[in-house]
Write a protein that binds this ligand. Structure first.
Ligand SMILES: Nc1ncnc2c1ncn2[C@@H]1O[C@H](COP(=O)(O)OP(=O)(O)OC[C@H]2O[C@@H]([n+]3cccc(C(=O)O)c3)[C@H](O)[C@@H]2O)[C@@H](O)[C@H]1O
Ligand SMILES: Nc1ncnc2c1ncn2[C@@H]1O[C@H](COP(=O)(O)OP(=O)(O)OP(=O)(O)O)[C@@H](O)[C@H]1O
Ligand SMILES: [Mg+2]
Length: 281
């Protein structure tokens, strides 16, 4: 039987912190940029990522952008500011409502009732703002996606998924919470129920239709190589929920790959050595 405690205890957090910070420092140096931009929501993922980035680079090389919309609870903005201050990182609060309104008044198809389409637009506006700052200041955009969200495809393609590096992308949500606690993040943030806040009242677990505890157990068992049919008995997660989780993983795999390129094979009249090897790969 695999328990959530097994998932949490499968990582040495002191080592993970060191490894992730080395990863961040390495990619910043490799890209020859001055520092890092982090979108800071006040949720556990972005707060933990900000803390790791500040420790890796020094807080003076990091900027946190707090980008509330009408769907953002004021408490989240306060939480984000508290964490930016705790780690000594400069921050800016930019209300993105006027940007969203510009789309609303410009696009004939705009529909306030389509919550997912509007929510994804919100996430993509944030991505554009983060990249503007990254361009302007010669910095990288640091992604905040955790392993559970990435595997489930529970993010907006080219929105919060549009980033340069993913420091916590190999830690399940329950493991991110454990790391957050060890890094001294306030408990109300480390334990804050997950929400994309793309519309008022949106909560991750109710939208997904299962809990992160269930997702982490199933994904961990799957990663260990437990056959699909044995995952329910090994984890205690009902078979219908296991199927739902693994279906999401399969259906959203496209979000983690670069767009497929139509490689011309039959219609190519001149074949070069380089195009031959590209076609094989
Ligand atoms: N097989 C395929 N191959 C290549 N591309 C494919 C595809 N199927 C769909 N697509 C494309 O992908 C699009 C759908 O993907 P996408 O635009 O992401 O949209 P979608 O997956 O429908 O929605 C995003 C979901 O992530 C959640 N989210 C978003 C942002 C943050 C967080 C969070 O946890 O904070 C969560 C949000 O609540 C929502 O449930 C389609 O419109 C299509 O363009
Ligand atoms: N109001 C916001 N201001 C700045 N960035 C935001 C805001 N809302 C979302 N983001 C960015 O989008 C990312 C995805 O949101 P998501 O909700 O998955 O992460 P989180 O809030 O940090 O943690 P959790 O998933 O537990 O809610 C955030 O980590 C952050 O980088
Ligand atoms: Mg959130």
């Amino acid at each position: 039987m695999i328990t959530l405690l097994d998932v949490i205890n499968s990582v040495n957090y002191q080592e993970a912190r060191r490894e992730i910070e080395e990863f961040i420092a390495y990619y910043i140096q490799k890209a020859k940029v001055r520092g890092a931009v982090v979108g800071l929501s006040g949720g556990v993922d972005s707060c933990t990522t900000l803390a790791l980035t500040a420790e890796a680079l020094g807080p003076e090389r990091v900027i946190a952008l707090i980008l509330p919309s009408k769907a953002t609870p004021p408490q989240d903005v306060e939480d984000a500011i508290r964490v930016a201050r705790q780690f000594g990182v400069r921050y800016e609060v930019i209300d993105i409502t006027p940007i969203l309104n510009a789309y609303k008044t410009t696009m004939s198809e705009y529909d306030d009732k389509d919550l997912v389409a509007r929510g994804n637009l919100t996430a993509r506006i944030r991505m554009s703002v983060l990249y503007y700052y990254a361009n302007k200041r010669n910095m990288l955009v640091i992604g905040t996606g955790d392993k559970s969200e990435l595997m489930l495809g529970y993010f907006t393609k080219h929105g919060d998924g549009g980033v340069d590096i993913l420091p916590i992308g190999d830690l399940y949500k329950s493991q991110v919470r454990a790391l957050a606690r060890r890094m001294g993040l306030p408990e109300d943030i480390a334990g804050k129920p997950s929400s994309p806040r793309l519309w008022v009242g949106q909560m991750a677990e109710s939208e997904l239709g299962f809990t992160y505890a269930e997702a982490d157990l199933v994904l961990y068992a799957w990663e260990l190589g437990v056959p699909k049919s044995k995952i329910p008995r090994q984890t205690g997660v009902p078979p219908a929920v296991v199927r739902k989780i693994l279906k999401r993983v399969e259906e959203n795999a496209h979000k983690l790959s670069p767009p497929p390129i139509a490689k011309l094979i039959k219609s190519r009249l001149v074949t070069t050595t380089r195009s031959q090897s590209a076609a094989r790969s």
